[in-house]
Write a new protein. Structure first.
Length: 402
């Protein structure tokens, strides 16, 4: 085999670098659950991913996708490492190869040695288990240096092509640390640019596709709730919608029709921006009252220094106040931020509604949020937004530990 590989290695063409912005990777492993884990790890740092479990499939990926990185899951009972190396050399692969597997085993050392001998660019192997920082260090040179253009693509095209999906960030009880809900956040999985954040494709409020996007978020969130229900972990879900959408009577009626008629469904929470709510507080209060009768609660999002404008309201039909992350992150060491957080919590207690601390990033933030008396919290300390399937797996894992 090695003589065959040697001849192919000498003919290797320089294809690395033909990608646009988002780097591309192929995850090659025989075990589906390991492919899913490695796919999630790479997607979190911006890769567009393909998967394969056989050398033939890898050959097709090399020919069609021009990946910058091939990640080989190596194990004694895993893929045919020799067959995959042979395919890489015959395919004149000029990108990087990263072997992932147990440390200090013979096969890992052999893969590195054979790959280097026959002209493949082998990155330092990654032993399992590994930290996210270790993976990022290995592939740092492949990460994009420039952001994709804004907008990447019109949201109407994304809706038509099926590129949009919801990711979920868990919400926790601030006292018990029990997972109790999730915030749904829209993402675009673009075939060229990879996973794209909403700031690069959300249209202006008056864009005719904004309503279509809002309806997509509602349908998808409730469909995802049913998916999680089937797996025994249905959370309370919050979504973001503009006040303009909620003022449309037809949109509201369509929303009510979507509500699941299931005993496990405790209601849908809709976050609206505090600036929108405060500017038209009377009308928003009427909407909140009506929606409450249909098992939909309105939450005021991004509360901060504007908290005092919500004082002394005769009726307060909202279910929740969410403090802006800029006042929560670092509140453990910043007296001004702590003061604003405390004032919002006291305001909410006066109205009998719950509070959420958004942006808990450190242990100091966690301690401060607990001392101030928040009801719930969310932030990267507990989990970043993640795709639905990963959220479902993490929910089951969390439930098993508790």
């Amino acid at each position: 085999m090695y003589r065959e590989l040697h001849g192919s290695a000498e003919r290797k063409a320089a294809t690395f670098g033909l990608r646009k912005v988002a780097p591309r990777a192929c995850v090659a492993d025989s075990k589906p659950y390991l492919r899913a884990f490695l796919r999630d790890a790479l997607e979190n740092v911006g890769f567009v991913i393909r998967e394969c479990d056989r050398a033939d499939d890898l050959g097709r990926v090399l020919a069609n996708e021009l990946p910058d990185l091939v990640l080989l899951g190596i194990g004694a009972d895993g893929i045919d490492a020799g067959g995959f190396l042979k395919t890489l050399v015959r395919g004149e692969f000029a990108g990087k190869v990263l072997a992932v597997g147990a440390r200090d085993v013979v096969i890992m050392r052999a893969v590195q040695q054979v790959g280097k001998e026959y002209g493949l660019t082998m990155l330092p192997p990654l032993g399992v288990p590994f930290a996210a920082e270790a993976l990022r260090d290995r592939i740092a040179e492949l990460l994009p240096q420039e952001p994709p253009p804004s907008p990447v693509v019109h949201v109407g095209e994304a809706l038509h092509a099926g590129w949009l999906e919801l990711w979920y960030q868990p919400k926790f009880d601030a006292r018990t640390l029990v997972r109790c809900g999730a915030l749904a956040l829209v993402r675009m999985r673009h075939p060229t640019w990879g996973v794209v954040l909403p700031a690069r494709f959300i249209p202006e409020a008056r864009d005719p596709y904004f309503r279509d996007l809002s309806e997509f978020v509602i349908r998808q969130a409730l469909g995802d709730w049913r998916y999680l229900l089937e797996r025994g972990c249905p959370p309370d879900i919050s979504i973001n919608l503009p006040a303009e959408f909620l003022r449309d009577p037809l949109a509201a009626r369509n929303l009510y029709r979507c509500m699941p008629a299931h005993s496990a469904f405790r209601g849908l929470t809709i976050d609206i921006d505090s600036a929108e709510a405060i500017n038209e507080l009377g009308g928003i209060c009427e909407i909140a009252l009506d929606m409450g009768l249909h098992n939909v609660g309105l939450s005021i999002n991004d509360i901060g220094a504007n908290w005092s404008t919500l004082m002394d309201i005769g009726r307060f039909p909202f279910v929740e106040l969410k403090v802006d992350a800029q006042f929560v992150t670092g509140c453990g060491n910043n007296q001004l931020k702590r003061t604003i957080c405390r004032q919002v919590v006291e305001l909410a207690r006066g109205y009998g509604v719950r509070t959420v601390a958004v942006g808990v990033e450190s242990r100091d933030d966690l301690v401060a949020v607990n001392e101030i008396g928040f009801d719930f919290m969310q932030g990267d300390l507990f989990g970043k937004p993640m795709p639905l399937t990963k959220f479902a797996r993490s929910s089951l894992t969390f439930a098993a530990k508790n």
